[in-house]
Write a protein that binds this ligand. Structure first.
Ligand code: F6R
Length: 248
């Protein structure tokens, strides 16, 4: 695992943005695994900027997103579908039918999850998977549990995740309680994993995930077993790891 420590969110976003931009530049048909939330916004801004300057071309790029809330429509500004179009897709020349996100409006959990897993598999899994990390160590919506879920599945969101995500909604009661998410196995099949973390509220999760034992109680800890992981984090997110060795 490579760990890149940055001063702050802006620096983290530039470094992580460059890593993805390099993949897009080298492989015009790359499959990008993408995430939502606050962490990747700056990375997407970086990519949009490079596209607008004519440095990057997304014409043949494909995107597979980690997750989606169950039960809210694509036009709902809280949906991850909406987020991805708003924050990235509509600003670059990626083809609409090359962007894949679980369909949160499909009430048939089993059908939706197996169709999504097949779709990601048919693309050969992500060339690079961008991840944020939850305060409880979740990745995608794989919440702490007693096992690492393999494939795309439906989940009940943890109380702490609902609490963390209510900032995007008017009130906690409005946060959907279920979601569809890639499994840990789906994520681990990505050829490269780029995980970003910023801010003091991620410090404990970063320490537990990268310097603690590998356990499904801290889902991101499984990344210690992936052969090609880069953690890009800011000073605050790394603050509980300063006395640990920086390269693992
Ligand atoms: C988002 C996702 C989540 C977030 C995590 C961190 O698609 O899968 O795992 O990456 O909850 O969220 P932020 O970046 O908002 O702190």
């Amino acid at each position: 695992m490579r760990i890149i420590k940055c001063e702050n969110y802006a620096a983290m976003s530039i470094i992580a943005g460059k890593i993805i931009a390099d993949i897009v530049a080298k492989n015009r048909k790359a499959v990008l695994g993408l995430a939502t939330g606050s962490s990747p916004v700056g990375v997407y801004e970086y990519l949009i900027n490079k596209y607008k300057k004519g440095v990057l071309d997304f014409k043949e790029i494909k995107a597979v997103n980690l997750d989606e809330y169950k039960g809210i429509s694509k036009t709902n500004p809280h949906s991850y579908y909406y987020y991805m179009h708003d924050k990235l897709f509509k600003h670059i020349n990626i083809s609409n039918d090359a962007c894949f996100i679980p369909d949160g409006t499909n009430p048939d959990e089993e059908a939706e999850c197996s169709a999504y897993e097949r779709k990601v598999a048919s693309l050969g899994y992500a060339d690079i998977q961008l991840l944020g990390i939850g305060r409880n160590g979740h990745i995608g919506f794989n919440e702490p549990s007693d096992e690492f879920p393999e494939e795309t599945h439906a989940v009940c969101l943890a109380e702490s995740t609902i609490e963390a995500n209510k900032r995007f909604f008017d009130k906690a009661e409005d946060v959907p309680t279920k979601a569809y998410t890639m499994g840990i196995g789906t994520i681990m099949k990505a050829k490269e994993i780029l995980i970003i973390a910023s801010g003091l509220d991620k410090a404990e999760a970063v320490r537990n995930a990268f310097f603690g034992e590998v356990t499904p109680l801290v889902p991101a800890s499984i990344l210690q077993k992936h052969p090609n992981v880069i953690l890009v984090c800011d000073r605050e997110a790394f603050s509980l790891c300063e006395n640990k060795c920086s390269d693992r």
